[in-house]
Ligand binder design. Structure first.
Ligand SMILES: [Cu+2]
Length: 307
């Protein structure tokens, strides 16, 4: 679900109320002014005389705008001041915009080693999240409507965005700056979990890739090696350490593949591997259309088993 009108975290609700108050206030003033205008045009001459009177001009034209604007300005300034304030003890997460996917990194933190994933930002609720964003190529824009404003991802620069998720759920984020032909297929999920569930998730992500549990999966792993997938993808524990594409160590645990394009299952994984350039033309992974059906099943099954 993706909606700026359903705020699920601090900044988003502040921005939401600012929008509501400004919109309702603006609409009311518009209606009053329009009514007065129509009155001035159509009412009988002697009944609209007061409109041009000294009192009307003084109160309606001077006092009213001064009072309203002097109330709205400080309100807007306070909202701006309170928005996006970094909090002590925040969880740092680094997100890099790529063509056309999101590289997501949880830097090492004391005992906890770094964790790397893609197109999915898992966060604990109730804790401030300090996202720093950058770009590997062109300008992208990082936007999670339920949590707050957009922020540009600019090559050679690090921008920051802070938010706190208030309730568990899955929220959708998108790229909000045209970045190339697959820009519209560049989405991600923000998954807000209870703190204990988040710790469990992180502990799972820290582990090396699972060993294949039966022959078909072992064949998949061998094909992954032989097919050169490891030149672009990392699968920790197998020697595959490519950095160009998403880290696949726990790809099977993700909800979607292809930056939010398909639900993650053996069928969509097989379709993706065989037809990348058909379903996401311009994505920076070649199609592997010449694999036999059984090889494809093995490879997709292996990917799916990497929970
Ligand atoms: Cu983009």
């Amino acid at each position: 679900m993706q909606s700026a009108l359903d705020p699920a975290g601090g900044d988003a609700s502040r921005i939401y109320w600012l929008t509501i108050i400004m919109t309702v206030g603006g609409t009311l003033i518009f209606l009053v002014v329009t009514t007065l205008l129509l009155y001035a045009i159509f009412a009988p001459h002697d009944r609209r005389r007061w409109l041009g009177g000294r009192q009307t001009i003084l109160y309606g034209g001077l006092v009213f705008p001064i009072v309203t604007l002097s109330a709205l300005l400080p309100y807007g300034l306070v909202v701006m001041r309170d928005t996006d304030v970094p909090q002590a003890g925040a969880l740092p997460i680094e997100v890099v915009g790529e063509q056309y996917w999101w590289r997501v990194r949880y830097p090492a933190d004391g005992e906890q080693p770094e964790v790397s994933t893609a197109n999915e930002i898992v966060v604990p609720i109730g804790r401030s999240i300090a996202v720093s964003v950058a770009s590997a190529d062109v300008i992208h824009s990082f936007w999670i409507p339920n949590f707050g404003g957009k922020i540009d991802m600019i090559p050679g620069r690090i921008n920051r965005l802070n938010f706190t998720a208030e309730r568990p759920g899955v929220y959708r984020g998108v790229c909000a700056e045209f970045c190339g032909d697959q820009h519209a297929r560049m989405a991600f999920d923000v998954i807000a979990l209870e703190p204990a569930a988040f710790d469990a998730w992180r502990a799972e992500q820290e582990k090396l890739a699972r060993e294949p549990e039966f022959p078909l999966l072992a064949r998949g792993r061998d094909l992954f090696r032989a097919g050169g997938c490891g030149s672009c993808h990392t699968v920790r524990g197998t020697g595959a350490n490519g950095q160009f594409g998403p880290d696949l160590t726990h790809v099977g645990s993700r909800r979607t593949i292809g930056a939010g394009q398909f639900p993650n299952n053996v069928g969509t994984l097989a379709g993706w591997i065989a037809n990348t350039q058909h379903i996401k033309p311009g994505a920076r992974m070649p199609s592997y259309g010449s694999l036999s059906g059984e090889d494809l099943r093995a490879l997709a099954g292996y990917m799916e088993s990497l929970k």
